[in-house]
Ligand binder design. Structure first.
Ligand SMILES: Cc1ncc(COP(=O)(O)O)c(C=O)c1O
Length: 407
């Protein structure tokens, strides 16, 4: 009998939209590539962080295995950050675990917390790893519509919690891919509902610094200062352009953090010490103006792209934060065909919406991950492509009606 090489659980990851993009970009396109697919900031890590890293590299005692739960300096810096930024009290020893970026903990936390058949409630559309991790953990997935207003999202969540025994909910604001933001009141109400139904809340806030309407994105823990049954993922990748550095943290309820410490101790040995020291300098040395100019830059990028999308007639969801635009594909297309045609005809790479959940089958995600000039160029190309397509459609209709008249 032929033996299967891989675990059958790997079938959960197929078809993988990101492999599709990698294959697609090997094909020749009509114009130079403008990559708006992966959500990696295009700018370099700020120099003070790089300088700290360089100096830390010279410290030979940092070259060994780092402390299993992360350096005490970084845990303390995150605790201070939560106090100053969010007025939330975290004990660096008990409530904080350093992680290898946050993608790994998005995945690993569900493996540590979920039994086969447990119900998890996740956003649709939402970050792809929520789906992969839930499937791999054997969870039953229920979803809420993350395109809805915050009020409607709360209503949806309440209804699902009343009808089902949900073990964990994942929330992500500002959200990927739709860019919704919520206020502390939302989190307070969510916390009350979750508490009533003994449900864990997992909050994922990699985009908390990127908001466009002068409001500041809160932490879920502001809505649940007791931390009970709550964890939150704290990232460096987007705010400090540190996507490649692979450092992050999970903070929250000591009991859950203990489980995650145990689970992760079987899997990895935490993050290279100099990277953790550099992450400390990100939190302690970054001037306020940096955050303001970050927000200004992403807002300019959003407004630039929105201008072209409006002219093109494509439908899209207006983001209030994060770094993406969620665009509906033209009627006759699906997400795969539109991503492919857009790339082959214009050189613009985007992500098929299905990567973010079932409701994404007729959407694409467009990342604001290039400079404004490149986004203007991308916008021009999209506009031209869509108006050519529309003209071709009109021409087809005209020919069809001439033929009908001739009959
Ligand atoms: C919602 C969300 N969570 C987590 C991550 C992963 O972030 P990190 O680079 O820290 O692993 C991303 C990255 O795109 C994201 O969009």
């Amino acid at each position: 009998m032929k033996r299967q090489l891989g675990s059958s659980k790997l079938e959960y990851f197929s078809p993988d939209p990101f492999s599709f993009i990698r294959e697609l970009r090997k094909k020749p396109s009509k114009s130079k590539i403008i990559d708006l697919s992966i959500g990696a900031p295009n700018r370099p890590t700020p120099p003070w962080i790089i300088e700290t890293m360089k100096n830390a590299l010279n410290e030979v005692s940092y070259h060994t295995y780092p402390p299993q739960n992360g350096s005490s300096e970084l845990r303390k810096a995150i605790s201070d950050w939560y106090k100053n930024r969010f007025s939330v009290d975290l004990d660096p020893e008990k409530n904080i675990l350093i992680t290898v970026g946050i993608k790994e903990i998005v995945f690993n936390a569900l493996q540590a917390l979920i039994n086969q058949g447990d119900i998890v409630l996740i956003p649709d559309p939402g970050y792809p790893t929520y789906y992969d991790a839930s499937n791999f953990a054997g969870a039953k997935i229920l979803t809420y519509d993350s395109k809805a207003s915050p009020e409607k999202i709360l209503e949806d969540i309440t209804l699902v919690l009343k009808k089902n025994r949900v073990k964990a909910i994942i929330v992500n604001f500002p959200s990927n891919p739709v860019g919704t933001i919520v206020n502390i009141e939302f989190y307070k109400r969510l916390s009350t509902i979750a508490e009533e139904h003994f449900c864990i809340v997992i909050s994922d806030i990699p985009y908390y610094e990127i908001t466009f309407n002068d409001s500041v994105a809160p932490s879920y823990l502001q809505g649940n200062p007791s931390l009970r049954n709550a964890i939150e993922y704290f990232a460096f990748s987007k705010t400090y352009n540190m996507a490649g550095w692979r450092v992050g943290a999970v903070v929250g309820d000591e009991k859950i953090i203990d489980l995650l410490k145990l689970f992760k101790s079987k899997i990895d040995s935490n993050v290279f010490y100099p990277i953790q020291i550099a992450a400390v300098s990100a939190l302690r040395e970054t001037p306020q103006e940096y955050y303001e100019s970050l927000r200004k830059e992403y807002k300019l990028r959003r407004d630039t792209m929105v201008g072209y999308l409006e002219k093109s007639g494509l439908e899209f969801h207006m983001p209030d934060g994060a770094m993406y635009i969620w665009v509906r594909v033209p009627e006759e297309e699906d997400c795969w065909s539109f991503v492919e045609k857009l790339y082959l005809n214009t050189g613009i790479l985007t992500v098929p919406g299905i990567a973010y959940g079932p409701s994404g089958k007729d959407h694409i995600r467009l990342g604001l991950v290039q400079e404004v000039d490149a986004l203007k160029e991308a916008g021009e190309r999209i506009l031209k492509y869509i108006s050519n397509q529309n003209n071709m459609e009109l021409e087809k209709i005209r020919i069809r009606s001439v033929k009908m008249q001739e009959k």
